[in-house]
Design a protein around this ligand. Structure first.
Ligand SMILES: [Cu+2]
Length: 124
């Protein structure tokens, strides 16, 4: 009983932590990508950090075009995280076009220098 509570607590903490990291990295990214015509050249230590892509599936809880981000009740993303409800940034707000709460989707998420970012969404 206590153990379950503790585990839930730790899971929530981890979840918040990863969101915070994603938020922080996005701020950094936005700052250096303001001029989209000249994407930043990745050099030095950052070049050594490879981007890994993962496939996920889930149900949309909410869509935020301003951020732009999407909150998903997702299934296990193999190699990345267990099933949970969380918010992900999307690489471009056009990915959110025509999507609404309740829609079932398939998505691709990149884990790279900028943290976790969804780069593809397909409605199921
Ligand atoms: Cu998650």
């Amino acid at each position: 009983m206590l153990r379950t509570k503790l585990r839930t607590f730790i899971n929530k903490r981890l979840h918040n932590l990863s969101l915070t990291i994603a938020l922080l990295s996005l701020c950094g990214l936005t700052a250096c990508m303001r001029d989209r015509s000249t994407p930043p050249k990745v050099a030095g230590p950052a070049a050594a950090v490879a981007t890994t892509s993962y496939e996920g599936e889930g149900k949309i809880i909410s869509v935020n075009e301003k951020r732009p981000s999407i909150e998903i009740d997702h299934q296990e993303i193999k190699g990345l995280m267990p099933a949970m409800t969380m918010e992900f940034y999307v690489s471009d707000k056009s990915l959110l076009a025509g999507l609404k709460a309740g829609d079932k989707i398939e998505f691709t998420i990149d884990n790279g220098v900028g943290g976790l970012v969804i780069t593809k969404i397909k409605k199921l």
